[in-house]
Design a protein around this ligand. Structure first.
Ligand code: VAH
Length: 316
C-alpha cells in the first residue's frame, strides 16, 4: 500500500491517479489536510491528515499497513517566503513525521526537492548534481535540509529514501498554489481566456521547467529503479526545459498568434527566481535510472492549450 500526503495538490492529484492506474485503486491511500469533491477522493481510499500531527500520521500508516510513503505536503516557495515560520513547521515538521513513519515501518520513501535547493552562489548554467547549496529563501532552506535529512535516514537507519529536485511543473489538472514558477501555468490559462497575460516574473528570467506527465513518470521510474545503481538519492536534478516568460509567449503564439505578453514584476517572486539556476545538469538522473523527459516547450505548449480547451468545454 502507498500512502501519499498532499494528494490534492498539483503533483499529488495526478500522481495518485497514475499510481492507482498502475497498482490498483485500493493500493493508494490519498491524504490531504482538507477534503474536496474530486476523483482522488472518489476513486480510492482517502483520509484527512495534517502531516504536523505525528500520532495521526503514524496510526494511519499502521492502519493501512503501508510499504511506501510519498510525502508531497508542503508550502511552496512564494507562500513559504511570506510565512517562513509556518513554512518551517509544515515543511520540516511534516517531513520529520513522514521519515519517522518510514523508519518505524521500514517503508520506501519519496519526497520532492526543488531547483529551489540551490542559491545565489550556485553555478547558474547547467547547475551540477553535486555543487554548493546555500539558498536564501525559507523554501530553499527547507529543501536543502530535507535532502540532508533524507540522506541521513538512509545512511543511519537504512530507510530507502529517494528524491527529485523538480523544476517548475506545468500542468492543467490542478493549479499550483504559492509557487514562483506558477506564472507559466497562469500564462497558458490566460492565453486561452484573454489572449493576454501580465507576467510577475521579468523578461529574460530563465528557470527550469517540466511538463507534469514527465514529472509523474520520473517519480515512478526512480521508485522502481534498482537501488544498487543509485549513486545519489536525495535528490536528483531533473528538468526538460529552460525558459523565460518570452519563450513561453513565443510558443503560445504558434497557436494563438495575437497573444500579448506584458510585465508587472513582483519583486518578492522575482528575487526568488533570480536566486535559482537558469538551467540544471540532469546527467546523474539519466545515468543512474534512465531519466528521459518526453515533452519540450513546443509539444508541452500544444498539449497544454488543447487540454485547457477541453477542460473549459467539459466545465461549461
Ligand atoms: C515553486 N513550483 O515555484 C515550485 C517549485 C522550482 C519551483 O519548487 O515554488
Amino acid at each position: 500500500k502507498i500512502l501519499v500526503t498532499g494528494a490534492l495538490g498539483q503533483i499529488g492529484s495526478e500522481l495518485v491517479m497514475k499510481l492507482r492506474q498502475e497498482y490498483g485503486d485500493a493500493s493508494v491511500v490519498a491524504t490531504d489536510v482538507r477534503k474536496q469533491d474530486c476523483e482522488v477522493v472518489h476513486s480510492g481510499p482517502f483520509e484527512i491528515l495534517d502531516v504536523q500531527n505525528a500520532g495521526h500520521f503514524a496510526s494511519l500508516a499502521k492502519e493501512y499497513n503501508v510499504d511506501t510513503v510519498i510525502h508531497l505536503a508542503a508550502l511552496l516557495s512564494a507562500k513559504a517566503e511570506a510565512n517562513p515560520q509556518l513554512a518551517w513547521n509544515i515543511n520540516m515538521g511534516g517531513l520529520v513525521n513522514a521519515l519517522e513513519v518510514a523508519r518505524e515501518m521500514n517503508t520506501q520513501f519519496f519526497t520532492p526537492s526543488s531547483i529551489g535547493a540551490f542559491g545565489p552562489g550556485t553555478p547558474k548554467d547547467q547547475t551540477p548534481q553535486d555543487t554548493i547549496q546555500r539558498p536564501n529563501t525559507m523554501y530553499g532552506v527547507n529543501k536543502v535540509s530535507g535532502e540532508l535529512l533524507c540522506d541521513y535516514y538512509y545512511e543511519k537507519f537504512g530507510v530507502d529514501t529517494r528524491g527529485l529536485r523538480f523544476p517548475g511543473l506545468i500542468s492543467y489538472v490542478t493549479k499550483p498554489g504559492g509557487g514562483t514558477t506558477d506564472y507559466a501555468v497562469e500564462m497558458y490559462y490566460e492565453a486561452k481566456e484573454k489572449r493576454a497575460y501580465t507576467s510577475y516574473i521579468g523578461a529574460g528570467t530563465y528557470m527550469d521547467m517540466m511538463y507534469m506527465p514527465d514529472a509523474i513518470q520520473a517519480i515512478i521510474q526512480l521508485m522502481e529503479a534498482d537501488s544498487s545503481r543509485l549513486v545519489h538519492r536525495n535528490a536528483f536534478n531533473v528538468s526538460a526545459i529552460s525558459a523565460a516568460p518570452e519563450d513561453f509567449a513565443e510558443a503560445i503564439r504558434h497557436h494563438i498568434p495575437d497573444f500579448q505578453l506584458t510585465y508587472d514584476v513582483d519583486p518578492a517572486r522575482q528575487a526568488i527566481a533570480e536566486s535559482w539556476p537558469d538551467s540544471i545538469d540532469c546527467r546523474a538522473a539519466k545515468d543512474e535510472w534512465g531519466f528521459k523527459p518526453n515533452y519540450d516547450l513546443q509539444t508541452m505548449t500544444k498539449d497544454m492549450l488543447e487540454k485547457i480547451s477541453l477542460k473549459a468545454t467539459n466545465e461549461a
